[in-house]
Design a protein around this ligand. Structure first.
Ligand code: CTP
Ligand code: MG
Length: 227
């Protein structure tokens, strides 16, 4: 069973408000993108990695890959306008004999090897698997024009979606081939539209996505807590 990872990292990080792209932001003097790539480098279940980045920074990323000896990164390619476009570009350079694809946001530095292993093991059984954690707060649906609560959602059924997400190759390719124009923020949403069951694997509350400036403070604290 051969699994390749696609790491979409071609966003500009508008919400983080740095001048450089989010994956290049230094976290304890190491570029953010390196953290997850080191985990893939170590994990024997990952055959190789396709890294998707902003075109104008291709050379910068390639030199980082070289400097950190991330030899499993076999392609560094330019991304698209949306996350979905970037993943689709990654799908185009997959090896022919790949069985499973693991997609992981480059903005999630704290993926653990055990989570990679769990999701891949479950994907072998269920074909479409996402890491996810039960939400902690109470979530309400709000009418965003009137700023009035429409309803309170039942917390026990709500899970926050993370990556990694692992899919059988042909399922993910078929999912992305659908002409869906609504905003898609994860790959599983497209697989759901095919009518295929997406299975949930317990994620990790530490596996945060760096999105806004306070997430960087949290990330540093998480790193400190490990040492
Ligand atoms: N991504 C991508 N290509 C895009 C947009 C996003 O590969 N055109 C990637 C990001 O680099 C990130 C992941 O998708 O690793 C999740 O996206 P997000 O956290 O939203 O990152 P950004 O789009 O960079 O941030 P923002 O939305 O704040 O601009
Ligand atoms: Mg984004």
């Amino acid at each position: 069973m051969k699994t390749q990872a696609i790491v979409p990292a071609a966003g500009s990080g508008q919400r983080l408000k740095f001048k450089i792209p989010k994956p290049l932001v230094l976290l304890k003097s190491k570029p953010l993108i390196v953290y997850c790539l080191e985990k893939f480098q170590k994990c024997s279940l990952i055959d190789s990695v396709i890294l998707v980045v902003q075109k104008k920074y291709l050379a910068r990323f390639k030199s980082i890959i070289k400097n950190y000896r991330l030899t499993k990164v076999v392609h560094v390619i330019g991304g698209g306008k949306t996350r979905r476009d970037s993943v689709v570009l990654g799908l185009k350079v997959l090896d022919k004999d790949t069985d499973f694809i693991l997609v992981h946001d480059g903005a999630r530095p704290f993926i653990e090897e055990s989570l990679i292993e769990r999701t891949i093991a479950q994907a072998a059984k269920h074909q479409a698997v996402i890491a996810s954690v039960p939400v902690k707060p109470t979530i309400k649906q709000v009418n965003c024009k009137k700023f009035i609560v429409e309803k309170t959602l039942e917390r026990s059924t709500l899970w926050e979606v993370q990556t990694p997400q692992v899919f059988k190759k042909d399922i993910l390719i078929k999912a992305h081939a659908q002409p869906i124009t609504s905003e898609i923020t994860d790959d599983a949403a497209l697989v759901e539209k095919l009518g295929i069951d997406v299975h949930v694997v317990m994620g990790d509350y530490r596996n945060i996505k760096i999105t806004t400036p306070e997430d960087l403070v949290l990330a540093e604290a998480l790193l400190d807590s490990r040492n």
